[in-house]
Write a protein that binds this ligand. Structure first.
Ligand code: DCT
Ligand code: MG
Length: 498
């Protein structure tokens, strides 16, 4: 830890001699170095002056104080060999970038967000005999610029962070919960396992508290803060209560303050009036708190599709949420249902629900009609629920419909289980936005919106994309269109498990 602090201090020391006397430095935490080879001396001098006039610190000499190395037209192999031979200690943390990043930053008058296309890759790292640790400099602070599959190489750290996130959320403390969510998400994106604290240097979104936790886990296998939370009666009780469908942190807290500690006590308390959702939550608790398998999700897809086909052959049904991202298990199953006929999507959903009711599949249904109104968009609240017609269901799933039967507790021979299912019906022209939003993950969505807002001056939600600079909505037929509008590399659903 002391090593880390020393490094941080060194990086924040005042601007060095090389750049003094060149006007005010606006971007204190970056130091550029322009590689003269191929660029030529006079162009380098010109670009140096240009950058300094825009408030960038530019070093004349290559040293460990440099944070961004910019090269024009040099071969990656030559550049990396030259850099490695220059005796730098901090090379793994330096951003080694193509001139395109520099040009864009000059145009914007600020350092633009780093994208994969800006990096000059060290080709030796791609070869099989190379070190398994890629340069950490390439990790973006935005989840939408990090490929994150379901394979997590840092589970022991992210599980710990998830406990902290959950605890802060149960206590309605947004600030730290966002911070730990971001930290966990960065670690989930790494293709390598963190084995030392030094290896995390240069990774974004890891604050001092996160680093202390990583260090403790590396040393002792667990974190004292996390252990304390796991033993805490209040945390355990709030978590138990909030695990019931229809019970949020506020209700959980209310029950806890009444002195209640178990489901039996809640159900026996005369002062508590459960709403319809909570009643269903308790009634089907065992089933809906058990994970749903991919085979079960696919079986539900066929059941819904059969109902839809009876109404119209033109409807589009897609599995979204975690299953679209390639997860094997989920807490529910999310579907998007739409039709090419604008305005008919709401009727379609209502008719599907009617068919389920007739078939005796509907154990619970909360239908929410459309409140969609384009004139109220763009909405500035990131986490607000969208306005499309949708239903939150509990469906009865017969074991005979699922390959290998339904997930059941041992000794349970009912032959069916209850499953939580969400179906959302956006109008066809909003389909791409709804699909992107409902595919998640939640962290991926949050960072897409944050990226759109801060890097592109655009507002994104499940309904659309608004360009504040051009004052107009941008149309999209596919998810690829939306990524293109945002100037982001396309990410496949299975790469969005942030
Ligand atoms: N979503 C959304 N607006 C909300 C809630 C969710 O746009 N108010 C999106 C984000 C993720 C997606 O819907 C599915 O939500 P969940 O089912 O909660 O997440 P999941 O990734 O499918 O996780 P799980 O596998 O546990 O169901
Ligand atoms: Mg889901």
């Amino acid at each position: 830890k002391s090593l880390m602090i020393a490094v941080v201090k060194k990086r924040l020391k005042p601007v060095g001699d090389d750049v003094q006397g060149h006007g005010e430095v606006k971007f204190q935490d970056i130091r550029l170095y322009l590689v003269e080879r191929k660029m030529g001396r006079s162009r380098r001098t010109f670009l140096t002056q240009l950058a300094r006039s825009k408030g960038f610190a530019v070093e004349d000499n290559l040293s460990d104080g440099v944070t961004h190395v910019v090269s024009e037209e040099n071969q990656a192999t030559w550049l990396w060999t030259w850099l490695k031979e220059s005796g730098l200690r901090d090379l793994p943390r330096m951003q080694v970038l193509d001139i395109s990043w520099f040009t864009e930053s000059m145009r914007e008058g600020r350092p633009v967000a780093l994208e994969t296309r800006h990096y000059i890759q060290d080709v030796s790292l791609i070869l099989p005999e190379a070190s398994p640790t890629p340069p950490v400099a390439a990790v973006s602070q935005y989840a939408c610029q990090r490929q994150t599959t379901t394979e997590n190489h840092n589970k022991k750290f992210t599980d710990a962070f998830d406990v902290l996130v959950e605890n802060y959320e149960l206590n309605d403390n947004d600030g730290p919960s966002v911070a730990f969510r971001r930290a966990a998400s960065v670690l989930k994106s790494l293709s390598w396992t963190v084995r030392s604290l030094e290896a995390t240097n240069g990774l974004p979104c890891l604050g001092d508290h996160s680093k202390t936790i990583i260090e403790e886990i590396l040393q002792y296998g667990c974190s004292s803060d996390v252990e304390k939370i796991l033993r805490d009666e209040r945390y355990q009780t709030l978590k138990l209560f909030a695990s019931v469908f229809g019970v949020g942190p506020k209700t959980a807290e209310k029950w806890y303050r009444k002195g209640l500690r178990s489901f039996d006590e809640v159900l026996a308390e005369p002062g508590i009036q459960l709403n319809r959702m909570q009643e269903a939550g308790f009634l089907h608790y065992g089933d809906i708190s058990r994970a749903v398998s991919k085979a079960e999700a696919q079986a539900l897809g066929s059941i819904i599709d059969e109902a839809v086909q009876r109404i119209t052959p033109h409807a589009v049904l897609v599995l979204t949420g975690g299953f679209r991202r390639g997860k094997e298990f989920g807490h529910d199953v999310d579907f998007l249902l739409t039709t090419p006929e604008p305005g008919k999507e709401e009727d379609l959903l209502l008719t599907v629900i009617k068919i389920f009711r007739k078939q005796g599949l509907l154990l619970y249904c909360d239908y929410q009609a459309s409140t969609f109104d384009m004139s109220k968009f763009p909405c500035l609240k990131f986490e607000a629920m969208d306005h499309f017609p949708k239903c939150f269901l509990i469906l009865r799933l017969e074991g005979s419909r699922v390959e290998g039967g339904v997930q059941q507790e041992e000794g349970d021979d009912r032959g069916w289980r209850a499953v939580r299912v969400d179906i959302v019906s956006p109008p066809i022209d909003r389909y791409a936005f709804a699909l992107l939003g409902w595919t998640g993950s939640r962290q991926f969505e949050r960072d897409l919106r944050r990226f759109a807002r801060w890097e592109r001056k655009m507002l994104l939600d499940n309904h659309g994309l608004y360009d504040k600079t051009k004052n107009k909505f941008l149309a999209a037929k596919t998810e690829k269109d939306i990524f293109a509008h945002l100037g982001l590399e396309y990410m496949e659903p299975w790469q969005r498990n942030a």
